[in-house]
Design a binder for this molecule. Structure first.
Ligand SMILES: [Zn+2]
Length: 358
């Protein structure tokens, strides 16, 4: 599966420097040298049709994507993009399919990632599909079923108490010529591998094709903004489709603090509680750009508030993890504050299934 000839290179989200397609686990080399790390993103030949703006047109397929866009009769004006319907139960399958295609095409024998659970499981499945080895650096609190499934998929699981230890392992592996690190090794994190993030653009393309009316707002759970940035780039590809405002949901102020004037590279204390999939004490330039370029916002939803929505949604038969249902609490807040007006069609991205216990 060759690299698409339409892919022209990688561009920095912060300084706009361009680089040939390559692997930069610390993000933009120019910004790294200046001590203000930022991620890169894929840029294509201007004449490339939107549907071909992918680094690999042929990726290992386990049935990812084309997830349902649900209308909820009890919540008018809202659609839910149900990413739990992906093969390993989360949107991360889209990232994994794309980044594993890149690893295989580039001759790597192993992929490595630092993950709170969903991304590791997705990467393990797609690595198995492509015949690659996979190492997952997780937390010691990783639920037992996820540990067992990672082993079933042939992945090597290494558990650590702290983020610094996880990053140290990925950094060591990234230095090996046989291994592609798909999460980054900068501190603070800049986001995951830009080639993998391209897989999230399809969420925007699918929403645009599935929605019966113009989408004015999209609400996504966020940690380092990979999903939000991919969705932003996906809508940006679509000429004639207005850019919806992207609202990024976090468990305590990180991006919200940056929008209030704090430095983007800062460390933000806070408790993510049960919201492990969107934990972490830093934010990223790409998350900030997704909000500011789309005219969106950052919304803080506590673990307790998410827990209330989790119970309400389970009561209606929905099976999304607590981090995913933060989008419902955020929608309620944005409506109450008038940020989302009555009748403005809003898509909530429900990122992950609850079966993993995350
Ligand atoms: Zn840069």
């Amino acid at each position: 599966m060759p690299l698409s000839p339409a892919l022209r290179g990688l561009e920095c989200v912060q300084c706009a420097a361009r680089f040939p397609v390559g692997d930069h686990p610390r993000g933009c080399p120019a910004c790294d040298a200046a001590g203000r790390n930022a991620n890169l993103f894929c840029v294509y030949d201007d004449t490339t049709p939107p549907a071909d703006r992918q680094p690999y047109l042929d990726t290992p397929a386990l049935g990812e994507g084309n997830t349902p866009l649900l209308r909820l009769p009890w919540l008018p004006g809202v659609s839910v993009k149900n990413e739990a319907a992906n093969p390993t139960g989360s949107h991360k399958d889209r990232f994994a399919a794309t980044v594993v295609a890149h690893a295989a095409a580039s001759g790597y024998e192993r992929v490595a990632i630092s993950s709170s659970g969903n991304a590791g499981l997705a990467l393990a499945a797609y690595a198995a599909a492509a015949g690659l080895r996979c190492t997952v650096a997780g937390y010691t609190r990783l639920p037992e079923p996820v540990r067992a499934w990672l082993a079933d998929l042939g992945a090597e699981l290494r558990l650590f108490d702290t983020d610094a230890e996880r990053v140290r392992l990925v950094r060591e592996l990234a230095a090996r010529p046989d291994t592609l690190a798909v999460s980054n090794t900068a501190e603070p994190f800049v986001g995951c591998h830009p080639v993998g993030i391209e897989g999230y653009k399809r969420i925007a393309w699918e929403i645009a094709g599935q929605a019966a009316e113009e989408v004015r707002h999209v609400v996504v759970p966020t940690s380092r903004g990979d999903l939000a940035w991919g969705v932003y780039r996906g809508f940006a590809d679509l000429s004639g489709v207005p850019m919806p405002r992207l609202h990024l949901v976090e468990p305590f102020p990180r991006l919200a603090a940056v929008l209030g004037g704090a430095p983007v590279g800062g460390h933000f204390p806070g408790d993510s509680g049960r919201l492990s999939s969107i934990g972490g004490h830093t934010t990223t330039v790409q998350a900030h750009r997704a909000v500011t370029l789309s005219g969106g916002s950052a919304v803080v939803v506590s673990s307790d508030a998410a827990g209330e929505w989790y119970a309400r949604l389970c009561g209606r038969g929905h099976v999304w993890e607590p981090s995913s249902v933060t989008v419902f609490a955020a929608y309620e807040r944005l409506r109450a504050e008038g940020v989302i007006g009555e009748g403005e069609h809003t898509v909530l991205v429900a990122t992950s299934h609850f079966f993993k216990g995350l």
